[in-house]
Design a protein around this ligand. Structure first.
Ligand code: PLP
Length: 359
């Protein structure tokens, strides 16, 4: 086996030995009563974490599968895509590739989405779907979900899809109270599982819209998910091993306690932030809009980020991210999401100190 490089990139993140062990349980048939029991064990906990009484669906795909699926199931008129980083910018392209009319509400990378701009766009009456990324993983910006949801809810015929791939289980998110129509997340980031599973909700309004849509396809058809959910099953053979891992992680999350988990992320994130300030670095995201699951550090000191990453990898067996796309080298990102602890974050920061001294 190759050497273990501990991941502090913002996804995929480090997976614990306990999670891997849970995933090694023997395979079962996806139409068996064992699978029904597995599905039923997971469902109430996911609902509680999402703050919803609606079904929570399991999609064997990465998050992009469901992100594309939401567009195919829900966009009848025109999609308003809130764009402020790599993932949110790509969503408008994905919508167009699905043959949908889509408009980008474009912000500079690092600038949070402004709910007032969404309000002004929706007031035109042109749109029936808004795509929104809660935590823009590429820039480390956490966008104002509650304010955005409140604006979209003023418009009865507009649905709100929210991506929480890097914020789910990091901060509290109440789907029903906020009136979010689709909340989606993926397995390999905030939940610290291997990649391959996406998890999502769909409001009654969203299901009604989907039922009226043509060309939903099969694999991401929301109606297929609902029909199978009623039997505690998935439309096609799911990644059962990853679902074993999810069951284990949910047990661990509820053993820790949701509030304690949120507090742990806040605490570890603050430790990283203190390190950033101590070294005279700046944050890419403005104050008040900084992610709790990762830190996007602005390279205002013009260090050799690629070299920093090499030293961390070769001398400390740690991986960090050297900046996404057009902000590569101008930023670097440090993840504290998943199962990280004070000790593991301190290990990262000590290694960073050592590597910085060697540049
Ligand atoms: C990583 C990420 C995605 C894409 O996830 P895939 O698993 O690669 O499909 C989408 N949105 C956000 C916010 C992400 O961080």
């Amino acid at each position: 086996m190759s050497q273990h490089i501990r991941l502090h990139i913002p996804g995929p993140v480090e997976v614990s030995p306990e999670t891997y062990a849970a995933m090694a349980a023997p395979m079962i048939g996806h139409r068996s009563k064992d699978f029904v029991a597995l599905y039923d064990a997971i469902q109430p906990r996911l609902q509680e974490m999402m703050g919803t009484t609606r079904p929570v669906f399991l999609s064997t795909s990465s998050a992009w599968g469901v992100m594309e699926g939401t567009v195919r199931n829900l966009a009848a008129k025109k999609v308003l895509c809130c764009c402020s980083g790599a993932f949110s910018d790509k969503w408008v392209d994905v919508a167009r590739r699905c043959g949908k009319e889509a408009e980008a509400l474009q912000y500079e990378w690092g600038v949070p989405v402004d709910p007032a701009d969404i309000d002004a766009k929706l007031a035109t009456g042109e749109f029936d779907l808004v795509t929104f990324i809660h935590n823009e993983t590429s820039t480390g910006v956490m966008n104002p979900l509650a304010e955005v949801a409140a604006v979209v809810r003023k418009y009865d015929d507009v649905l709100l899809v929210t991506d929480t791939v890097s914020s789910f289980s990091v901060v509290p998110i109440e789907v029903d109270a906020l009136g979010v129509d689709v909340l989606l997340t993926g397995s390999q980031k905030a939940l610290a599982l291997p990649p391959g599973l996406a998890i999502f909700t769909a409001s009654e309004r969203a299901m009604e819209r989907a039922a009226s849509m043509k060309d939903r396809g099969y694999y991401f058809d929301f109606l297929e998910f609902l029909a199978n959910h009623e039997k505690s099953m998935t439309p096609s053979t799911p990644c059962i091993s990853t679902i074993y891992g999810l069951r284990h992680q949910l047990e661990a999350i509820f053993a820790e306690g949701l509030e304690n988990r949120y507090a742990r992320h806040e605490r570890l994130n603050a430790i990283v932030h203190a390190w950033v300030a101590r070294h005279g670095f700046e944050f890419f995201a403005p104050e008040g809009y900084r992610s709790k699951s990762l830190t996007c550090v602005r390279n205002n000191k013009d260090i050799d980020v690629a070299r920093l990453g090499q030293i961390l990898r070769s001398e400390h067996s740690l991986a960090i991210d050297g900046g996404y796309g057009k902000i590569k080298g101008k930023t670097f990102r440090l993840s504290n999401m998943g199962d990280e602890t004070e000790a593991s974050i301190q290990n990262l920061l000590d290694a960073l100190d050592d590597a910085l001294a060697k540049l």
